[in-house]
Design a protein around this ligand. Structure first.
Ligand SMILES: Nc1ncnc2c1ncn2[C@@H]1O[C@H](COP(=O)(O)OP(=O)(O)OP(=O)(O)O)[C@@H](O)[C@H]1O
Ligand SMILES: [Mg+2]
Length: 246
């Protein structure tokens, strides 16, 4: 479903945030993207999410080459196929939880009653059926992140992209949110999330992509294998790991 072929991203000013990344992610996979600060995690999510175009290389989403699509076509791809979750939540201030979620469906042209019905159902799914009328400042950090997740899933996208979704949460909440992503994944959704938090990865055997200086190393069988093979120190993603062809 997602194919990156020798993708580079060079920002104005010359930073080479992605440096020849080749990666395939099939429908229904759950992939953790890890790596030190500045290694290109947000950049790769933006490129995959069509929020940003690569400098060179090919990005195909659902078989379509992103470079061949106009900005308008890309907006349509995003509205129909992709849900985003960001570390800083990005909720609309002073807007009730139900409308924060429902408004996302404006882009897809869903009528008001249907938007509201689906928003309530998405909020119930993330355990927030009792907070529909709360505004962001009346919600806890974990609840805000749940609203953001409800907004990401309300359009029933095939792909969820989450950039450090647990970065602002305490450890127990982070585990709960990870569990929510796993439930979403179990319904067949492809889930890609970037994280700094190695302890989260130790909970489950995710496929892991390690980014370092804009280069990607794929660890398809998760952290346990990576540790066996390379014995990296617990807080260090940067040690070389066995390179696996993708
Ligand atoms: N808009 C931009 N313009 C110029 N350079 C940028 C821009 N965005 C990111 N960079 C640079 O690209 C590199 C990769 O950034 P990116 O945000 O992808 O890293 P990251 O792995 O998400 O880091 P963090 O863990 O801190 O979120 C960094 O060196 C950063 O300074
Ligand atoms: Mg980042």
């Amino acid at each position: 479903m997602i194919e990156l072929n020798t993708v580079t991203k060079v920002y104005d000013g010359g930073v080479r945030a992605l440096d020849g990344v080749t990666l395939s992610i099939v429908d229904g996979e759950a992939v953790a993207i890890v790596g030190p600060s500045g290694s290109g995690k947000s950049t790769i999510l933006h490129v995959i999410g069509t929020l940003d175009r690569p400098t060179t290389g090919s990005v195909r989403i659902g078989g379509r080459e992103v470079a061949h699509l106009s900005d308008r076509e890309l907006s349509a791809v995003r509205a129909r196929t992709i849900g985003f979750v960001f570390q800083q939540f990005h909720l609309a201030v002073a807007v009730r939880a139900v409308d924060n979620v429902a408004d996302w469906l404006l882009y897809a042209g869903v009528p008001y009653r249907e938007r509201r019905r689906r928003a309530i159902s998405a909020l119930e799914r993330v355990g927030l059926g009792h907070r529909l009328r709360h505004r962001p400042h009346e919600l806890s950090g974990g609840e805000k992140q749940r609203v953001a997740i409800a907004r990401a899933i309300v359009g029933e996208p095939a792909l969820i992209l989450a950039d450090e979704p647990t970065g602002n949460l305490d450890p127990q909440l982070a585990i709960d949110i990870l569990g929510l992503f796993e439930e979403i994944h179990e319904t067949g959704t492809t889930v890609l999330f970037a994280t700094h938090d190695r302890s989260l990865l130790e909970l489950r055997s995710h496929r892991i992509v390690v980014l370092n200086d804009g280069r990607a190393v794929d660890v398809p069988n998760g952290l346990a294998i990576a540790i066996d093979e390379a014995a990296p120190p617990v807080d260090d993603f940067t040690v070389p790991m066995t390179r696996v062809a993708v």
